[in-house]
Design a protein around this ligand. Structure first.
Ligand code: SAH
Length: 378
């Protein structure tokens, strides 16, 4: 820990303007700072010695132990379906993970792209917190509780690191904030990470290729919409059509009930032809009845949404599970008949626990003396 408790902006979290100021402070002209930003954020290079277009003296003055990747990959797990999960050790302490998902056989993930041969597109799913404070009963992170939020540089470092590990022919197409944690809980860090990642002098990701997934923190949804003019994709983890069911599985619903959350979705300033994704985990006997499908269709009427149904992945902390395939299909059909775009999400990478933060959490729970994720064992 630094003496300032880490409150000073980390070099990896500096925007070009902030690098300009640093360059001037170090006795250089401002544009030299922007060059550093390009090295760091565009190419993932943090060693000043490798920044070959900078004057030697400036490179020496740039040397700062904090100008280094705030995480390193400790383990890579490759699933049969090509999904790779990167387990990362954070320099500040703690472990997180991010997951690279080739989009080969899953046109559902981006319905605006037509099906076709795989062209190397990969989606990266990043974590925003170690654990999570939201407490959703079906979620391993929620059950583990919050250890801390990630800093912007730790979010960005997942992207730069994962991007550096793509195979030849692969390219990072989409970025989803759907790993461990609630991205709108520590809004400022998430927003800064998005600014860094979308800056044209960095890796310049298009905001429309980024999706932030939230449990429904209404003020955060508003800020995200305002700060990025609706260009950043939004996914809402709704999981229930009414307050009664949602209160039982998503504790945050007591603070921001279904009506308010859907109102925030309605007000999100989406560009034309874009839709908000509604995520709905299907849990047997909890939210999967035909009456729930009907109620959901009614609740979503008039909203520009598509619905992703996710059969629940079992976790040890909850005696809940996915409905039978036929029931999932029936739920889907009811929404489809009402005119919704609805997709059933296949589990990707579950043979490496890539589904929802399970590997790291399993280790944490085991350390705490609790049983790990059971994956079907009783
Ligand atoms: N906090 C944010 C982002 C992290 S959770 C949010 O709530 O959206 C992102 C997604 O993880 C959830 O929407 C859900 O789709 C998935 N998820 C969590 N636990 C799951 C489980 N047990 N089975 C299947 N998906 C799960």
């Amino acid at each position: 820990m630094t003496a300032d408790g880490g409150s000073v902006l980390h070099p990896m979290a500096r925007l070009p303007e902030e690098w300009e100021e640093v360059a001037v402070e170090l006795g250089e002209r401002a544009f030299r700072g922007r060059q550093v930003f390009k090295w760091v954020q565009g190419r993932g290079i943090t060693d000043p010695a490798a920044m070959t277009d900078l004057p030697q003296a400036f490179r020496e003055r740039l040397a700062d132990p904090r100008l280094s990747m705030p995480l390193s990959v400790s383990e890579v797990r490759r699933a049969r379906d090509g999904t790779r999960k990167l387990v990362c050790e954070l320099a500040l302490g703690g472990k997180i993970e991010c997951v690279l998902i080739p989009m080969s056989d899953d046109p559902d993930d981006d319905p605006e792209d037509e099906e076709g041969a795989w062209d190397g597109r990969v989606t990266l799913c990043v974590s925003t917190q170690i654990g999570c404070a939201m407490g959703c009963v079906f979620c391993a992170s929620g059950q583990a509780g919050l250890e801390r939020g990630l800093k912007a540089e730790e979010i960005v470092a997942q992207v730069l690191t994962a991007r550096g590990r793509l195979a030849p022919g692969e390219h990072l197409r989409n970025l989803v904030f759907m790993g461990m944690g609630e991205p709108l809980h520590h809004y400022d860090e998430t927003a800064r990470a998005i600014r860094l990642l979308t800056h044209p002098e960095g890796i310049g990701m298009s905001p429309r290729r980024i999706t932030v997934s939230t449990v429904g923190l209404v003020p955060g949804i508003r800020r995200l919409g305002d700060d990025f003019a609706g260009k950043v994709g939004l996914a809402l983890s709704l999981h229930a059509p009414n307050d009664e069911v949602r209160n039982g599985i998503v504790p945050m619903n007591r603070r921001y009930p279904v009506r308010d959350v859907l109102e925030a979705v309605r007000a999100y300033p989406l560009p034309k032809r874009r839709r908000v994704t509604i995520e709905y985990i299907l849990i047997a006997g909890v939210n999967d009845a035909p009456s729930h499908a009907k109620e959901l269709a009614r609740a979503l009427r008039g909203l520009r949404v598509k619905v992703n149904l996710i059969p629940m992945n079992p976790i040890s902390a909850a005696k809940m599970g996915s409905p039978e395939a036929a029931r999932v299909e029936a739920f889907k059909e009811m929404l489809a008949r009402d005119g919704y775009s609805v997709f059933v999400r296949k589990q990707r990478g579950d043979d490496v626990d890539a589904a929802c933060g399970q590997l790291v959490l399993r280790e944490r729970l085991e350390r705490k003396g609790k049983a790990g994720c059971s994956e079907g064992s009783s």
